[in-house]
Design a protein around this ligand. Structure first.
Ligand code: HEC
Ligand code: HEC
Length: 422
């Protein structure tokens, strides 16, 4: 055959075959979960009270379950409950109620039989409809499950091998939120989860999914909320049965009641964010900035102030021991001289962290709103939150700090314990 004709034919065959392969190559055609799969009931210990002590080491790779299993040892001092002790009757009632309301991994729902208008609105606002959740579950299975687990327990096959461990959504606890501080049972806003997804979490194994389409990101956020609601209902129904305080009505009534409460907390959180005071200083004015950094430094290092940052971030985090978070895992007050921020590095991200705290990591929120209680300290601060933000942002860059502060933090004359009061 004429070589030119043979080549042209090859090109034609190639042009026909490649488009057929593309969806497979790009991963567009993702498999859903098997239809018969149900969400398993939780079997790992429920951490009801993490130990209050600090430690110098963290958990070795793969040792996560062993670490959690030992939390309630007397010398460690945490408190846990064992779901294996759930009586058979309650166990099957709980499984039935959760399956009725939350469906299966392939057909996830947040279904409330006699939902009133308020709850129906919450379901709509939070985009917890069947179609969105089904789409979210397909993407989750491919991209998230290996870390975050089928039920969102943070125990996928990769989970025990990364530190920090992937988020366990089932406690209803999240770290990086912009939610108004006065909302009870604060949850992240959809925009917060979106941001985490888009950026990933710097300094951890949580990747960025910024290249996903809008609808994909929205569906994943809905699915994370679904898993969190399911897990939180499961946990707080199990807890009173296991600790002996008992339930007032049926197991199903309890799940429905809890779902109502948690849905409202999510909806209220989504509706109201922290509103930062306008930036009070002249932008680009080095004198204003230096004065603000100086005030922020003073606040940060005051061991008695309402914002006793230095008590946890010992030596600005360079000598900070690990503490237990609410999941019972170990977390270290950030080393703020490195400039690595898990929740984002924009000034507004740092503002949200300081103003709202990082609740599950037990970092309290700084509260200067009650001006009368701190009159003396407050007087020379135009806006203490922004002063702290300015200081924290300058801290990793010695040249941005006023000279005396630079020397006290980085200078050779710095004594080992100068900023380590503990
Ligand atoms: C390689 C492991 C890994 C994969 C894959 C992964 N994550 Fe994560 N994720 C993490 C880790 C680790 C954390 C916790 C970091 C921390 O505690 O600071 C986390 C935290 C989160 C959080 C909690 C943020 C907060 O404010 O507390 C959300 C939400 C989240 N991931 C969603 C997802 C979604 C959705 C996917 C899939 C599209 C995904 N993750 C894939 C490891 C992973
Ligand atoms: C009770 C202990 C405690 C106190 C007090 C505390 N922090 Fe933290 N802080 C932590 C812990 C723990 C973390 C790490 C959280 C994590 O990664 O889950 C942290 C993290 C941070 C981060 C990093 C956030 C990120 O995105 O990675 C900043 C910034 C921060 N703290 C600033 C402050 C400031 C400013 C103050 C004082 C107003 C303060 N902290 C007081 C414990 C504390």
């Amino acid at each position: 055959m004429n070589p030119a004709v043979s080549f042209a034919r090859k090109v034609r065959v190639f042009a026909l075959v490649v488009p057929c392969l593309l969806p497979w190559l790009s991963g567009c055609e993702l498999d859903p979960y098997p239809a018969e799969l149900t969400y398993p009931l939780r079997s790992d210990p429920i951490v009801t009270s993490p130990p209050g002590s600090t430690r110098w080491d963290t958990t070795a790779p793969g040792q996560f379950e062993i670490h959690i299993a030992h939390l309630s040892d007397p010398e460690i001092g945490g408190k846990t409950l064992d779901p294996a002790k759930l009586p058979d009757k309650e166990r099957s009632q709980l499984a039935a109620a959760l399956n009725e309301i939350f469906g299966t991994p392939a057909a996830p729902t947040v279904y409330l039989k006699d939902a009133d208008q308020q709850l129906t609105d919450a379901l709509t606002e939070l985009k917890l409809d069947k179609e969105t959740l089904a789409k979210g579950s397909i993407l989750y299975r491919r991209h998230c499950m290996h870390c975050h687990g089928v039920t969102g327990d943070g125990r996928g096959p990769t989970g025990p091998w990364v530190n920090p461990t992937p988020r366990d959504y089932r406690q209803g606890l999240f770290k990086f939120m912009s939610t108004d501080v006065h909302v009870t049972n604060r949850k992240p806003r959809r925009a917060d989860l979106r941001r985490t997804l888009e950026r990933g979490i710097e300094g951890t194994s949580m990747p960025s999914f910024g290249l996903f389409e809008e609808a994909e990101k929205e569906a994943l956020v809905s699915y994370v909320i679904h898993l969190s609601l399911r897990g939180e209902c499961e946990r707080y129904t199990m807890e009173p049965i296991l600790d002996g305080s008992g339930l007032e009505g049926s197991v199903r009534d309890k799940v429905v009641e809890l779902l109502g409460d948690f849905l409202q907390a999510w909806a209220k959180s989504d509706a109201k964010g922290i509103e930062p005071g306008a930036y009070p200083y002249k932008e680009g004015d080095p004198d204003h900035l230096q004065a603000s950094i100086r005030r922020g430094f003073k606040l940060f290092t005051d061991p008695r102030g309402s914002a006793s940052c230095i008590n946890c971030h010992v030596d600005f985090g360079r000598q900070a021991p690990f503490r237990y978070d609410k999941w019972g895992t170990l977390v270290r007050p950030a080393n703020l001289t490195t400039g690595v921020y898990r929740g984002g590095r924009r000034p507004i991200d740092i503002y949200w962290r300081i103003r709202g705290g990082i609740d599950p990591s037990q970092m309290p929120r700084a509260d200067f709103d009650d001006q009368t209680a701190n009159k003396e300290q407050w007087r020379d601060h135009a806006d203490p939150y922004w002063d702290l933000v300015n200081f924290v942002q300058a801290l990793p860059y010695p040249q941005m700090l006023p000279e005396d502060i630079r020397n006290s933090i980085y200078g050779s004359r710095r004594t080992k314990t100068e900023h380590a009061q503990r």
